[in-house]
Design a protein around this ligand. Sequence first.
Ligand code: DON
Length: 303
Amino acid sequence: MDYQTILEDIHHNLTARKDKGKVALYIPELAKVNIDNFGIYLNLINGENYAVGDYNKLFSIQSTSKIFALAKAFSIAGNDLWKRLDVEPSGNPFNHLSLLEQENGIPRNPLINSGAIVISDLLLSNLKNPKKDFLNYIRDLANDDSINYNEEVAKSEKKTGFRNYAAANLLKSFSNLENNVEDVLDFYFYQCSLEMSCAQLAKAVHFFGNHGVCSQGKKHLSSSQIKRINAIMLTCGFYDEAGEFAFEVGLPGKSGVGGGIIALLPNDFTIATWSPGLNAKGNSLLGMHALEQFTTKTKRSIF
Ligand code: DON
């Protein structure tokens, strides 16, 4: 298959579009990003790589970090994790609050903000140097020591993250946080502020497409654990647009409000796209179209 030509065609078609969505405004640092950035990186499980556009530029991975945090927490806590979290789609936006109150502080899944905050709490309790250890985990997965947090983005979100404070306080009131709210959110905001390129992201998620084995051959999770995380990505990775993503693209994936999306076909490939303009549901507009075109043109999806 001529992957390079397929990626170039998709990039060319979508760059011509006038409507590129809107960059996220609620995190002030993200509002400064140029909407014209657009990159795609394809990592085949056999080691081949194909890329187009701004695939080497760094961007804020935001909620995409939730799959790495989930993987690390699952490797630490095993199935005990599911005592504190459910695995059902929420059908609501990522920062929705009322379900958490109705369901007694058990988040619907680990990929909505409240669920990711529970995961942050678990990592904070179990990692010796949480920020440093989590960063090293990502660097190891991507085989790239240049990856870092962006402190300006983390601080920017800390000032305006009112809904995350609300979620964390609700979790605390239901005794589903061990640590105090400030410390948990500090870690959560740092985690979300990680900056990576499409190339780094596609390589870092390689282990989700390869039964838990990363591109350097190290086993991070069992095949069964990877199956479960990929199932959560498929059903919950795009919040109230998870159905639409499954319908259009047909892959497990995860988005972030920085405009990045990762998706993967087990045993076959991982792919990362970045276009900072978001649709009304907070997912990258061009990224969703790019992935729909990719799975349609290549006829490669889980369905
Ligand atoms: O907590 C937040 O609101 C952001 N740090 C992350 C949200 C996000 O990326 C949602 N994804 N589409």
